[in-house]
Design a protein around this ligand. Structure first.
Ligand code: FSO
Ligand code: SF4
Length: 539
């Protein structure tokens, strides 16, 4: 196997024996073959070009790419099922088109006992030129993030055919021989599409569930048995809350589902108790002490421990061998959580691991409602700087950097956050500036879109012609491919001087890293006090 798509890539080079994330080499092979098949489907759909082909192939590509995101699906059988579906749709389109002029990816067909050998020929290292490989993988990882956001929006009935078209175009292009210059353009277009995907999901979430509001979220526990729901899928959250109402079973969020607490449509449920625990990588301990069933709606699932193996469920594109999977309902029907609820009733209530509250809900509408106060605080000098610390959390000890930066920032700096990166500092009680909390949590990683909207609004209010003239610094934490999509989106919006940590991606070749530094002034995070000083000085 060779995989270098996430921040945990072994030796910051690549995992070659088994993933640091727990992904086995055979699973990595199935994922490589799935990506290759999706490229073939994309090529055939682009050849067809008609709306129906683009739509059907686009949705298949969305599901397939999403399932290969780090910590989404470890189940070979499910991933092979996705390859079968992809090949069957590809072949239907080829038949409809009366053939294909595209190469092997669009035509290969082998008995399944030869898939492992095939996978070994089509992985990341099949591309020999390291800069070309780096740019193609940067595009594909950005597309994986776009796919995740497009899938969530799609589940709420919101679609944008231009996103499907771009994903197909990008995957098709990654099969072709392209110059580095062409591929840089493709990377930038990936960022543009990432903005569209996040905007689409923002529209889907807020039109369906209302705009997030400032909310105090309980982090303690109640006395009833509970269900813990993790991941990013708000439709699953909705279905679960509806079906648990009046059953005597409470609902808690974990990790990236925390922002569900900020939505008016969910806040109204009295049995929605709050958030349990911290970010995804603490799940082995926190799922054990939760005592009740756990539903993983998306990544991040980590290797499942015995302590909770018989009470964890996956759903959507998520999968883990031996773990019960809740199937997708037909069309727009509600997902059936009855088995999970029945199990919860037999379980003990959660063991308390902390008490208190955290505050969040500062998505764009809420912050713009406070705009006068914010602008006044900037004009008076009460707020000197905003530091965007969005992104992911992860296991690496070096991530204490982000806690230390949050603690070291002076009292007149406000942290804007989104994604599970927030767990490094959202329980620190960093205080407020004239009633504006010093940590403003917009929501999930996709709600980084909100942070961009807020920045653009401030640019307008202050009459500036360049987003980089605002008193904002970017100190981002990344882990998996959705964060890659967010990063490319920010580059597309013209943001320069981003600090990225805890390490720069292994998939950036020295040549590609140089292009990013020269054009966007991207830099790795450094030493805490030096970074804080530089950011406060606008550098
Ligand atoms: Fe965190 Fe995992 Fe949302 Fe990622 S839960 S790491 S950026 O999946 O997607 O923020
Ligand atoms: Fe390694 Fe990350 Fe790939 Fe897992 S997803 S195999 S940790 S690079």
């Amino acid at each position: 196997m060779f995989c270098f798509q996430c921040q945990e890539a072994a030796k910051n080079t690549g995992c070659t024996v088994k993933g640091v994330c727990g992904k086995e080499d055979h699973t990595a092979g199935v994922q490589d073959l799935l990506i290759y098949s999706l490229k073939g489907l994309s090529a055939v759909a682009m050849e067809a070009g008609d709306e129906e082909s683009i739509r059907s192939a686009g949705w298949q590509v969305v599901l397939g790419l999403f399932s290969t995101i780090t910590n989404a699906n470890f189940d070979d059988e499910k991933l092979k099922g996705s390859i079968r579906n992809t090949l069957s749709l590809r072949d239907r389109l080829v038949k409809k088109n009366g053939g294909t002029s595209k190469g092997d990816a669009a035509t290969w067909s082998l008995p399944e006992n030869q898939w492992t050998a095939k996978a070994a020929q089509v992985g990341v290292l099949a591309e020999e030129n390291e800069d070309v490989r780096s740019l193609k993988e940067l595009t594909i990882y950005g597309c994986k993030g776009i796919a995740a956001y497009t899938e969530h929006a799609g589940r709420l009935g919101f679609e944008d055919p231009s996103i499907y078209r771009f994903l197909l175009e990008a995957l098709d292009a990654c099969l072709e021989e392209k110059s580095a210059d062409d591929l840089v353009q493709l990377v930038l277009k990936t960022g543009e599409t990432a903005v569209s995907a996040m905007a689409l999901l923002d529209k889907a979430n807020t039109e369906t569930y209302g705009s997030p509001e400032i909310t105090k979220v309980n982090i303690g526990v109640g006395e009833n048995p509970g269900i813990l729901i993790s991941g990013h899928d708000l439709r699953d959250m909705d279905d679960l809350l509806k079906q648990t109402e009046g059953t005597g079973v409470d609902v808690y969020t974990h990790s990236e589902m925390l922002p569900a607490n900020y939505y008016p449509a969910f806040k109204k449920y009295s049995h929605f108790v709050g958030n349990y625990g911290g970010s995804w990588w603490k799940q082995d301990k926190e799922f054990a002490s939760f005592n009740g069933p756990i539903v993983m709606t998306t990544n991040c699932i980590t290797p499942v421990k015995e302590a909770y193996r018989d009470r964890i469920f996956t759903t959507g594109v998520t999968g883990y061998p031996g773990v019960k999977h809740l199937p997708e309902p037909e069309g727009r029907a509600r997902k059936d959580f009855s088995e999970v609820i029945a199990l919860a009733k037999k379980c003990d209530p959660p063991t308390e691991i902390e008490t208190g509250e955290i505050v969040g809900g500062f998505a764009h509408k809420q912050v713009i409602a406070l705009a006068d106060k914010v602008v006044e605080a900037v004009k008076s000098g009460a707020i000197k700087r905003f530091v965007v610390m969005a992104g992911c959390d992860g296991r690496q000890p070096k991530r204490s950097y982000f806690t230390e930066v949050a603690e070291a920032l002076p009292q007149d700096a406000v942290i804007l956050t989104a994604g599970c990166a927030k767990y490094r500092y959202n329980k620190l009680n960093l205080g407020d500036i004239g009633g504006i909390p010093r940590v403003l949590d917009a929501g999930q990683c996709n709600d980084s879109y909100s942070l961009a909207v807020i920045a653009l609004k401030l640019k307008e209010v202050f009459g500036l012609d360049d987003i980089n003239k605002l008193p904002i610094s970017f100190d981002l934490a990344w882990y998996e491919q959705k964060a890659v999509a967010v990063l490319l989106a920010l580059l597309h919006l013209g943001v320069k001087g981003i600090r990225l940590g805890p390490t720069l991606p292994a998939f950036l070749s020295p040549g590609v890293a140089k292009v990013l530094v020269e054009n966007f002034d991207i830099k790795p995070v450094g030493e805490v006090s030096a970074d804080v000083e530089a950011m406060m000085a606008g550098a």
